[in-house]
Design a protein around this ligand. Structure first.
Ligand code: NAD
Ligand code: UDP
Length: 309
């Protein structure tokens, strides 16, 4: 197939491209390189079935393709809050441009949505049927509401125009090729531990997250795109739930070194708990289940960062 990946030079996008090329597809990436890097896809640039186009998804684009993966959007809180208006435009106009293209060329189109649509969840763990608890005017709203609006657009194009959509709600995913200055917790803790710097826990460290290793996530994406029973939204993530204090301690154990844990103020609207209910994914994605435990995934991610920091 001919497949377009928006945001394909980012962390998740570059892993997706690896899988798509290995599976024999023609892949075109469009990315404005805001948080992505050419070095993430450097090994693909000379491949005859791979093409990179520097382009911003808020401006329209045309490609003759069979499938579209829409990943373009900064994902880490410091990056998406850097220019919040741009973040909302990226989610909303990027979705409109992908959906308009999908409608014209009759492509199947995938949206990388997020557990942030559940906000600071009052229901735990979070099933797809939960409508969420999102502050519409806070610091995280540009991302959360932008992604919620993108989901709305996907489902309206599906209902009104018969566009063939797939929507996943991704829970915190980590692995090699995260940016070392990305600001997300896994990369922050690993880089801090490797550099012998203090490990910065925001708040008291009792807030929880569930961490999925990148390979498990990408496998789920491909299975969702390959089947025709379910358009989503489908939660994808690893239901293992850890406090940030536990994550800091595990990272320190694996890296070794002399870093000590320090506490910093908790950012506004930081969700207190998060764990995916993955019952639906396990049912509809041919036995998909996350395979890589946190300790093993962290060890692989540490091995990636070690020579780079
Ligand atoms: P990332 O920041 O590494 O990748 C995002 C990519 O989008 C980057 O390459 C960036 O340059 C590109 N981009 C941003 N704005 C753009 C624009 N206007 N036009 C073109 N390209 C643009 O983040 P990631 O972790 O790889 O996330 C990929 C997608 O998955 C994002 O949509 C994100 O919201 C979603 N997601 C990720 C996670 C996670 O834990 N990693 C969780 C939930 C959702
Ligand atoms: N966090 C932390 N120290 C850091 C970076 C993040 O304690 O150096 C916390 C953050 O406050 C949040 C959790 O780790 O409670 C996950 O943060 P991240 O930015 O990775 O993702 P998100 O909040 O979007 O789930």
């Amino acid at each position: 197939m001919r497949i377009l990946v928006t945001g394909g030079a980012g962390f998740l996008g570059s892993h997706l491209c690896d899988r798509l090329i290995a599976d024999g597809h023609d892949v075109t990436v469009i990315d404005n390189l805001f948080t992505g890097r050419k070095q993430n896809i450097a090994h693909l640039l000379q491949h005859p079935r791979f093409e990179f186009v520097r382009h911003d998804v808020i401006d329209p684009f045309k490609f003759e393709v069979d499938q579209i993966y829409n990943l373009a959007c900064p994902a880490s809180p410091p990056h998406y809050q850097f220019n919040p208006i741009k973040t909302t435009k990226t989610s909303v106009m990027g979705a409109i441009n992908c959906l308009g293209l999908a409608k014209r060329v009759k492509a199947r189109v995938f949206q990388a949505s997020t557990s942030e649509v559940y906000g600071d969840p009052a229901v735990h763990p979070q099933p797809e049927s939960y409508w969420g608890n999102v502050n519409p005017i806070g610091k995280r709203s540009c991302y959360d509401e932008g992604k919620r609006c993108a989901e709305t657009l996907f489902f309206d194009y599906h209902r009104e125009n018969g566009v063939d959509i797939r929507v996943v709600r991704i829970f915190n995913t980590y692995g090699p090729r995260m940016h070392e200055a990305d600001g997300r917790v896994v990369s922050n803790f690993i880089v801090q531990a490797l550099r012998g710097q203090d490990i910065t826990i925001y708040g008291d460290g009792s807030q929880t997250r569930s961490f999925c290793y990148v390979d498990d996530l990408i496998e789920g994406w491909l299975r969702l795109m390959a089947q025709t029973e379910t358009v989503g939204p489908v939660n994808l993530g690893n239901p293992g739930e850890f406090t940030m204090l536990q994550l800091a301690e595990l990272t320190l154990k694996l890296v070794g070194g002399t870093s000590k844990i320090v506490h910093r103020p908790l950012p506004a609207d930081d969700p207190k708990q998060r764990r995916p209910d993955i019952t639906l994914a396990q049912k509809v994605l041919g036995g998909w289940t996350p395979k890589v435990p946190l300790e093993e995934g962290l060890a692989r991610t540490i091995a990636y960062f070690k020579p780079r920091v």
